[in-house]
Design a protein around this ligand. Structure first.
Ligand code: 3Y8
Ligand code: NAP
Length: 249
């Protein structure tokens, strides 16, 4: 009996949720609860952590989950590690649904760094105007470079003070467009973009805008994860669910 747990929070997860709902696949969509009002999904949805990998393993057994699809963000490394451990413990097959990393094209001026501390170290000494487009959770390390003006883009208004002295905040939930991001970068006189190598279309706009404006980008590599099955398309996920025939595709 197919019963899917879909670990969500990305454009890919939302795309897959639509496909599974259209095929009436028995599935549960899962959000961490990071944002105040996440996009509604066409599947029964649960929100909040599971309580580590042990909590997730208990959930898999209690809900008689037959397949787990990890469609979380490439930087949601803890969730992905927990899913690997829980699925191994509970004997439930797991497949990641993940977009490939971005690769530079003609006109891109990217500097790849391995992690957040390396991105901080890569900032120039002299004051710059930086679009720090990495969300809210990993801002604190940039307080070591207070000389810069930081433009932030957050999903929700910040609940408390931000760890950066010279900062402007835009509240917006993607996906974003290149034209709008070009206008944003120009309006704020941005000279440098810092971003995570998230991949996918939903966050790509700022990189295309940077190229159009001739701006350099510091691009943070995604965290390494243990080997796991990875699907790059909905079709590959449906194959994993091994019910293409049942799904009428
Ligand atoms: C809570 C669900 C969909 C999913 C849309 C994608 C695209 C728009 C671009 C920029 C970069 C960033 C951030 C970003 C993008 C999509 C996707 C994506 C980047 C929502 C969502 C949740 C989150 C969590 C949030 C993080 C933050 C990261 C903002 C919903 C909108 C910067 C990642 O305030 C916080 O605590 C925010 C936390 C994790 C990274 C961080 O460390 O701050 N995403 N983003 C999910 C949950 O609770 O499980 O609210 O609707 C989902 C999306 N965000 O269905 O169409 O697929 O990547 N999300 C990054 O890539 O660097 C914004 O501004 O250019
Ligand atoms: P994370 O650091 O990898 O995970 C931390 C803890 O949050 C997990 O151990 C788990 O708690 C809980 N969690 C994470 N994703 C969950 C989900 N989909 N359903 C239920 N619990 C979840 O996670 P994160 O980077 O903060 O990402 C949180 C959410 O935002 C995910 O849905 C992710 O897809 C989305 N997102 C993240 C980014 C990013 O840049 N990190 C970008 C876009 C979207 P327990 O240990 O208690 O189970």
């Amino acid at each position: 009996m197919t019963r899917v747990l879909l670990l969500g929070g990305t454009s890919e997860a939302s795309q897959l949720a639509r496909e599974l709902a259209a095929r009436r696949v028995d599935a549960i969509f899962s959000y961490a609860g990071r944002t105040a009002a996440p996009l509604p999904q066409p599947l029964p949805t649960r929100t909040g952590g599971f309580g580590g990998s042990e909590g997730l393993a208990r959930f898999l057994r209690a809900e008689a989950i037959s397949h787990v699809v990890d469609a979380t963000h490439p930087f949601a490394a803890q969730m992905s590690r927990n899913a690997l451990a829980a699925c191994a413990a509970a004997g439930v097959p797991l497949c990641a649904f993940e977009r490939a990393p971005w690769t530079a094209g003609p006109g891109d001026d990217w500097r790849h760094v391995p992690d957040i501390p390396a991105a901080v170290a890569a900032l120039p000494e002299s004051p710059a105007r930086v679009f720090l487009a990495i969300g809210r959770q990993t801002l604190a390390p940039f307080a070591a470079r207070p000389q810069h003006h930081y433009l932030l883009r957050l999903v929700d208004p910040p609940a408390g003070p931000l760890p950066l002295p010279d900062v402007a905040v835009v509240i917006a939930r993607g996906p974003f467009t290149r034209a709008a991001d070009e206008a944003l970068l120009a309006a704020h006189g941005i000279g440098l973009v810092v971003a995570k190598n998230a991949g996918g279309a939903g966050a790509r706009a700022k990189l295309d805008a940077a190229r159009a404006l001739g701006l350099p980008v510091i691009l943070i590599d995604r965290p390494a994860l243990p080997p796991r099955r990875i699907a790059r398309t909905v079709g590959e996920v449906l194959d994993f669910l091994a019910h293409r025939a049942d799904l009428g595709v």
